[in-house]
Design a protein around this ligand. Structure first.
Ligand code: NDP
Length: 232
């Protein structure tokens, strides 16, 4: 039986590229996104690979939709769960102009939703061969790497996600599940912008290699798309 990957925020950017590459590699893919009816790229892929690609509705902040997704995946083990959906939160205004509502929303999406996905899908991951959870984080969540300040909303949510990732790695170790925080590089997507250094294909090619080669000893690590350790 082919392996199964579940990807959140799969309608554009890195999520969509993960879908493309895993499909090309003969995986079974569950692609979750907020508005499947508007996910034209995903639907085009489903039209050509419909037996291996399932598109499911998921706003990651909606607990009921997470439960429904779990029910629809049913008894199919999830080899790799990729918690990819994320938001930048606040794009303008530095110290003194913090947008607290945006901060709260970013915590919901970037941190709490990922924790809930891990809790709800842990059994399905434990039942698989690969037993891997990937949380898409950012080098901007590295406290050690913060030499320029600002962007407190995005930085703090990714730092919190990193903390949750390490705890989950420890908590899920007895079930043989590997959990990793993965930085994709600075990538040309809607979030990364046109000046970013690499394209989504290069980033996802690298991350898929890191995921495929992930060892039990690396569970709880903070790695980039080349497999290099990022300082906390
Ligand atoms: P994009 O902004 O291009 O795409 C974000 C994706 O997340 C979209 O599919 C979006 O869906 C989805 N999303 C946002 N909020 C929700 C929600 N509430 N429920 C479900 N889906 C949601 O970002 P990237 O592809 O660039 O980034 C993917 C991940 O990689 C993110 O976690 C990001 O933080 C991280 N990252 C990206 C970097 C880069 O340089 N691009 C660098 C470091 C980390 P919708 O279309 O419905 O809005």
């Amino acid at each position: 039986m082919s392996q199964h990957v579940l990807i959140t925020g799969a309608n554009r950017g890195l999520g969509l590229e993960y879908v493309r590459q895993y499909l090309a590699d003969d995986w079974q893919v569950t692609a979750a996104c907020r508005q499947p009816e508007k996910a034209h790229d995903l639907n085009a892929l489903a039209a050509s690979a419909s037996d291996r690609l399932t598109v499911q509705p998921l706003d990651v902040t909606d607990d009921r939709q997470i439960d429904n997704l779990r029910a629809s995946v049913a008894a199919t083990p999830v080899d790799v769960l990729i918690n990819n959906a994320g938001i930048f939160g606040q794009t303008r205004g530095g110290f003194g102009a913090t947008d607290y509502a945006a901060w709260q929303q970013a915590f919901q999406v970037n941190v709490m939703a990922v924790m809930r996905m891990m809790e709800v899908f842990a059994d399905a991951v434990a039942a698989s061969r690969h037993k891997t959870i990937v949380n898409m984080t950012s080098k901007m969540g590295s406290i050690a790497d913060n030499g320029s300040g600002g962007m407190v909303v995005y930085r703090s949510t990714k730092a919190a996600l990193n903390a949750a990732t390490v705890s989950a790695a420890i908590d899920l170790k007895p079930r043989d599940i590997r959990v990793v925080a993965l930085h994709p590089g600075w990538v040309r997507t809607d979030m990364g912008g046109p000046n970013a250094l690499i394209d989504a294909a290069e980033s996802v090619t690298g991350m898929r290699r890191v995921i495929a080669e992930l060892t039990t000893a690396q569970s709880g690590a903070f790695l980039d798309y080349k497999g290099q350790t990022v300082p906390w």
